[in-house]
Design a protein around this ligand. Structure first.
Ligand code: NAD
Length: 495
């Protein structure tokens, strides 16, 4: 069994408490590796390394152009097919997501690094035509400080890129703590970045349980910003702790996204979008279209189509190329999904597909849940209000646009929404009316490193991707310089 240690200051470091955590393959249900169980001391060591690298080491003296070149080489490391394959296999083994999806993510991730590589030396302040004589006023954009990045288990290397690429481009250094359920890929990748010329201490990865190592990572005085991806419950705790230290914070949290199908839509496309939107990654996506809102006039017909398509999905070994649905990533998550299925049944929703745990010869000892569809769901039911994070879809009928907007927005979350319609005016009206950080029209789950993504309401704050993301890692400093020959004697009276 492979043992992974922390990555601190450019080398692997054993946990100071001498303890490790098993990391389990959710398909075989067997521990395939163990990762360091970090504690406060490990967190302090990583923060010290990051702080020195940023304020004393070469990172702060490098030009932004040179930093950009380092980021470019990080992209190259990921673009190497050998590295990409190895990392994709580790991620599939760790979180049970199908290998073809992780390979797809890995193929795309270099672009993310290249984008911020190019942006590093294009971030600039302004000169302000200030309303004072003999004065030059300008703004400088400076790195916010050492960044703590806390991430979830469903796409570890994507989160690594979403957080670290803009942070590094801004000139920050980073301490990343991946989920205790899927830490291995982040550790291996961090070690690879050394070959890309990342100076020691600029990227550090510590592992362990959030409640054991998280406090120091969030509250340490040398941390300038906390960026978090995970559940809204944990996010609220982290945000509160960050606020106590007046840390900058951004939060990428959960969702209960409406995927809305109008009768004028291309129903073939909409059906594919609805199925992919909830059963892709076995529903373990923050943006899962878990509430399918279907116009009443087509509800029956559309439900039939959906049943036919979803009923054919192939569950199995995530490493096999024809598998469409892998296991649930962790036992607690598996139990949570099954619990929500029971809650939905008890609340009166009608299960028309799946509805329980799955087992069979192709499913090994995996933690599988059947693709599950509920009808007769009302938006007030828990299954329509709370994030399940599994392959469970609720179908809710609506009459017209106004009804769709009302139901679509009637949740505490606001991460994503889908709209399927052939009417351009309606597409625009719906895009404006839905309270979500991302609205997809006639598509679902489309992402680009150029397009900001993030949540409204309980789905979080701040945005990742795009130019906007880098501003989350920068502080504006204003500088006013007197150009007068001599300072006016009454300077202290000036306003
Ligand atoms: P989680 O909240 O349990 O954990 C997230 C991270 O926080 C982990 O690294 C965990 O160890 C750490 N953590 C836990 N307690 C902590 C504490 N007290 N202090 C500091 N860190 C702590 O989330 P999860 O189960 O790993 O991920 C699933 C959730 O993530 C879902 O709700 C999903 O919607 C959300 N998610 C959101 C996005 C997004 O971009 N909006 C993307 C993916 C997942």
């Amino acid at each position: 069994m492979h043992t992974y240690n922390h990555w601190i200051n450019g080398k692997f470091a054993a946990p100071s408490g001498g303890q490790w955590l098993d990391t389990v393959d959710p398909y075989s249900n067997i521990a395939w590796a163990r990762v360091a169980r970090g504690n406060a001391e490990d967190a302090r060591l990583a923060i010290a390394a990051a702080h020195d690298a940023m304020y004393k080491g070469p990172w702060s003296t490098m030009t932004a152009t040179e930093r950009g070149k380092v980021l470019r080489r990080i992209g190259d490391v990921l673009a190497d097919p050998k590295n990409a394959q190895r990392l994709a296999e580790i991620e599939s083994r760790d979180n049970g997501k199908i290998l073809v999806e992780m390979q797809g993510q890995l193929r795309y991730l270099p672009e993310h690094w290249y984008y911020y590589a190019g942006l590093a030396d294009k971030i600039q302040g302004t000169v302000i035509p200030v309303d004072k004589a003999d004065m030059l006023a300008m703004t400088l954009l400076e790195p916010v400080g050492v960044v703590t990045a806390l991430t979830a288990w469903n796409s570890p290397l994507a989160f690594f890129a979403l957080k670290c690429a803009p942070a590094l481009a801004a000139g920050c250094s980073v301490v990343l703590k991946p989920s205790e359920f899927a830490s291995a890929s982040s550790l291996e990748f961090a070690a690879m970045t050394r070959d890309a010329g990342v100076p020691d201490g600029v990227i550090n990865v510590v592992t362990g349980l959030g409640q054991e190592i998280g406090t120091v990572l969030v509250e340490h005085p040398n941390i300038g910003k906390v960026t978090f991806t995970g559940s809204d419950t944990t996010g609220a705790k982290v945000y509160e702790a960050a606020a106590r230290g007046m840390k900058r914070a951004s939060m990428e949290l959960g969702g209960k996204s409406p995927n809305i199908v109008f009768s004028d839509a291309d129903l073939d496309q909409a059906c594919v979008g609805a199925v992919a939107g909830i059963f892709g990654a076995a529903g373990q996506m923050c943006t899962a279209g878990s509430r399918l809102l279907v116009q009443n006039s087509i509800r029956e017909e559309f439900t039939e189509r959906l049943l036919t398509m979803a009923g054919k999905l192939k569950m199995g070994d995530p490493m096999k190329p024809d598998t469409e649905i892998g296991p649930i990533a962790t036992r607690p998550q598996y139990e949570k999904v099954l619990h929500y299925i029971d809650v939905a049944k008890a609340d009166g929703a009608r299960c028309i597909l799946g509805g329980g745990a799955a087992s069979g010869p192709d499913l090994g000892k995996g933690l599988f849940v059947e693709p599950t569809i509920f009808t007769d769901v009302t938006n007030g039911m828990r299954i329509a209000q709370e994030e399940v994070f599994g392959p469970v879809l609720s179908i809710i009928g609506f009459e017209d646009e106004e009804d769709a907007i009302r139901i679509g927005n009637d949740v505490i979350y606001g991460l994503a929404a889908g709209v399927w319609t052939g009417n351009i005016g309606r597409a625009v009206r719906m895009s404006k009316a839905l309270r979500a950080g991302m609205v997809w029209v006639n598509t679902y789950r489309a992402y680009s490193f150029m397009v900001p993504i993030g949540g409204m309401k309980h789905s979080g704050l701040g945005r990742e991707s795009g130019i906007e993301a880098i501003h989350g890692y920068l502080e504006t400093k204003s500088v006013m310089i007197s150009t007068a020959e001599a300072s006016p004697a009454n300077a202290f009276l000036q306003r």
